[in-house]
Structures are given as C-alpha cells and as structure tokens.
Write a protein that binds this ligand. Structure first.
Ligand SMILES: Cc1cc2nc3c(=O)[nH]c(=O)nc-3n(C[C@H](O)[C@H](O)[C@H](O)COP(=O)(O)OP(=O)(O)OC[C@H]3O[C@@H](n4cnc5c(N)ncnc54)[C@H](O)[C@@H]3O)c2cc1C
Length: 420
C-alpha cells in the first residue's frame, strides 16, 4: 500500500490496502472476504485505533444520503459523511444537532466510535445523539440496531470499530437555533477556580484555553443559544476576563481566519458550535493531542494538578482546552455514568517527548479516575483502563458475539480493550 498516514502524520497505517467501496453491497463484500478489516474514518485520530493487519475500509465514496424525518426528529446519514456536510444540510432544512466537536471535518461514524465531544454542562458527547445504527458485521451481514429496540445498544455506539463497519447512523435532531460566540481574555485562575461550576454553566458551551502557566486563563469561549430562555447578554467582563475586541484563535498569535465568527455576532448553530471552519485547517495543523475526562467533582483539584505540572507540560504544549460534558449510559464513553470535565492538550509534534510525559500526567490524574479520550494519545493499557469501565466485560462479550473471528480486532483494541 502506498504510504497513508493519519491527519496529524504521526501514525502510518500498517494495513495492506485501503478499500473505498461506493455501494453498501461492495462494503459487505469487502468485509465478508477479508480475514482482517477495520473501518477508517476521516483519519483525525492521533493513535492506531483505526488501523488493521488486513485491509482498511473507508466510506468516503458512499453518498451522504441525508434523510430527515421531521416527525421522528431524526436524520439518517451515511457513516463516512463529515459533520460539516451534515450540519450544513440540516441547517438548510431548518434542523440542528445538539452539539459539534471543535472541528466539522470528522466523519460521523468515526466521531461517535470514539465518543467525540464538544462542550456544555448539559451536552452529552456526539454519540449520545445516536438513535440507530446500521452495521456490516464480520460475515458481511447487515445489522440494524436502535436505542428503542436493541438491549445492548448502549454498548454498540462507542464501538471503536470493534463491532463492525457502521454504514448508516440515525441521529436525534431539533429545530435549528442560533448561537453567539463571545471570547474573553485573561481570566484570573483564582476567580475561575473559586466558582468553576458557575463559569462552566455560563453558556450553552464553555471552553477555557490555557497553557497552565501563570495566574490567568488565556481565553474563555462562550457559545450561547439566542433562542428564548437561553439568552446571553454581551458583557465587557467575565469572571475578571475582558471581552475580546477582535476574533481570536485559541493559539496565541495564530490568525483567527480559520475560526468560527465571534464578537457576539449571532449565526446558525452550524457556523458557531465548532471552533474551526470547514474548508480551513483546524487547530494548528501541526500537532498531537491528548485528553482526559474526569468527574466534575474533581474539576478544581485536577486543574490544580495540571497547573502544578506546568513546568513539564508547557514546553511541549501549544494550548490546552477545558470543557464540560454531560453524563451518558454508553458503555465505553468516557462520560459513562458521570458528568465531568475534559482536560485537553494540543501538543507540539514531538511524539517521543509527549509519549514520555503521558505516564506522569496519567499517574497524577489517576486519583480522579481520569479516562483518556479513545481517539487521542494516551499511555494506559487494558489493565489500567478496565477498572475505570464497569461495562468493559460486557463490551468484550458483545465484540466476541458480533465478531467471533476477531476480524475487526487490531493492535489498539488488543492493547487497550481486550488486554492481549
Ligand atoms: C484538529 C482536531 C481537533 C479535534 N477536536 C476534537 C474535539 O473537539 N472533541 C473531541 O472529542 N475530539 C476531537 N478530536 C478527535 C477526533 O474527533 C476523534 O479522534 C474522532 O474519532 C476522529 O474521527 P474520524 O472520522 O477521523 O475517525 P478515525 O480517526 O479515522 O477513526 C477513529 C475510530 O473510529 C472508527 N471508525 C471510523 N469509521 C467507522 C465506521 N464507519 N464504522 C465503525 N467504526 C468506524 C475507527 O475504526 C477508529 O476506531 C480532534 C481531532 C483533530 C485532528
């Protein structure tokens, strides 16, 4: 296979071939005839989670086939469709998703497979919107499962590609809404930590950007719905931070051109809930990422740990983001059974130094039962992760049932989920 790498370039896929079927029947044939196969999304994960010892199967050539059912308040879409394409189509028809990640470039099936999330105390991760899935299982058979009718559905959504190739996804939708985005600079840590719950509850979605050094949080991004009951009035000050007077990029000194509009200008949800715009490079483009999700009651103590580690973290860091995510019941979701915060790190592209630092960060966050983001870099393996996921034995049993020949298993799954 010619060299194919993930978006960040830090992982070179070891698979023997990439297949890009254009029809559902071709997807079924590829899966049925392969000894080892794994689904590949838009390649935005930072680890080997989407790799295979056999073939990779990408759904990018399948038509999005976006079908809105306004009575059921759902949209169904081909799994390889990006959130950017889906969001625009939905908005045009007067509908919205509850949230987006920081970037719209990722595929729907790839994002839900790793429990990708945005921010907001009341917003579950993107996988929580999944109402039904269509999967091609290891024999090439079609399996349709739904929240309403399938007993193990909660185990199937954040599936890490271990259960089959997700060819269609049905998501909850709601009427389209408008969002305004306001950014504030330099919030004193003391004020933020004293009233962290109030800070994170201040808007529909709140993100804090920091390098952990010094006495202030670099930026706070507030995304506020402008529909009734959720109005956010612009203000010059926010917990000691001052309102930005021009659009900001989370990374100091980087042009805000690739960011969604700020300065309190209302706009469609599809143009505001992500930080980065479709058609532009998200984030810095030359980076690695890690993230740890932990229960809300430990938010302040965990932030203090990260600030304490600033001397080790900051030399390798571009920026960190603190977000909140609501609790859910999806077995492998880092927010299974608990609402909490995500401590995200955008690293400089120094893979070895970052990998060497992760064990220290994970050890210091271990008392807070921190669970790593499945799509980013982390050090922990199955023995460490198993006690953090009470439904992991059930997930292993589900995978054994749906994939008895271990077709979808890969090194990542063996290392982090199955403990081989
Ligand atoms: C710049 C940048 C910003 C990011 N921002 C955020 C953020 O705001 N929030 C957040 O939570 N994460 C974020 N991420 C991480 C990213 O959202 C996740 O890694 C996500 O899983 C990537 O989706 P993908 O489509 O690229 O899937 P891939 O990385 O290609 O694959 C990820 C996993 O999904 C599985 N998969 C893909 N397609 C299918 C399918 N059809 N059926 C079954 N399984 C499938 C793969 O097998 C693999 O296990 C960011 C990443 C980047 C590069």
């Amino acid at each position: 296979m010619t060299e194919v790498r993930n978006w960040a370039g830090n992982h070179r896929y070891g698979a023997t071939a990439i297949r890009r079927p254009a029809t559902l029947d071709q997807v079924r044939e590829v899966v049925a005839s392969a000894a080892h196969v794994h689904a590949l999304g838009s390649r935005h994960s930072f680890n080997d989670g989407a790799d295979s010892a056999g073939v990779l199967i990408s759904l990018e050539n399948l038509a999005p086939d976006i079908v809105v059912d306004s009575r059921a308040a759902t949209v169904s879409v081909s799994g390889g469709t990006t959130y950017g394409v889906l969001a625009e189509a939905l908005n045009r028809q007067g509908f919205a998703l509850h949230n987006l990640a920081s970037l719209p470039h990722i595929s729907v099936a790839g994002a839900i497979a790793t429990a990708t999330h945005g921010s907001g105390n009341r917003n579950g991760n993107l996988a929580t919107a999944v109402r039904a899935l269509q999967l091609v299982t290891s024999g090439g058979d079609l399996l349709t499962v739904s929240r309403a009718d399938t007993p193990d559905f909660a185990g199937m959504v954040v599936g890490l590609g271990a259960l089959g190739v997700v060819t269609r996804v049905t998501l909850d939708i709601q009427p389209a809404f408008e969002v305004r985005q306001d950014v504030f600079d330099n919030l004193p840590w003391a004020r933020v930590l004293e009233r962290f719950d109030e800070v994170s509850a201040s808007a529909y979605s709140v993100s804090l950007f920091t390098d952990w050094r010094g006495d202030t949080v670099g930026q706070a991004w507030l995304k506020s719905r402008t529909d009734a009951g959720a109005r956010f009035e612009g203000r010059p000050e926010f917990f000691g931070g001052t309102a930005a007077t021009s659009d900001r990029h989370p990374l100091p000194g980087v042009s805000a051109e690739n960011c969604t509009k700020q300065l309190g200008v209302p706009g469609p949800w599809s143009d505001r809930l992500a930080h980065f715009r479709m058609g532009f490079t998200p984030s810095s483009g030359d980076e690695l990422q890690s993230e740890y999700l932990l229960p809300g009651e430990h938010a302040v103590a965990a932030i203090e740990v990260m600030r304490d580690l600033a001397g080790q973290i900051s030399p390798l860091l571009q920026v960190s983001e603190i977000r909140t995510v609501a609790a859910d019941d999806l077995w492998l979701s880092p927010n299974y059974g608990r609402a909490g915060i995500g401590l995200h790190l955008t690293w400089k592209p120094e893979a070895e130094a970052v990998q060497n630092l992760l064990p220290l960060i994970e050890a210091r966050l271990a008392p807070f039962a921190a669970r790593p983001h499945w799509g980013k870099l982390f050090h922990a393996e199955a023995a460490t992760l198993a006690p953090l996921y009470e439904k992991l034995p059930d997930f292993r049993a589900l995978a054994a049932r749906l994939d008895p020949e271990w077709k979808f298993r890969n090194d990542f799954l063996d290392r982090t989920v199955f403990g081989v």
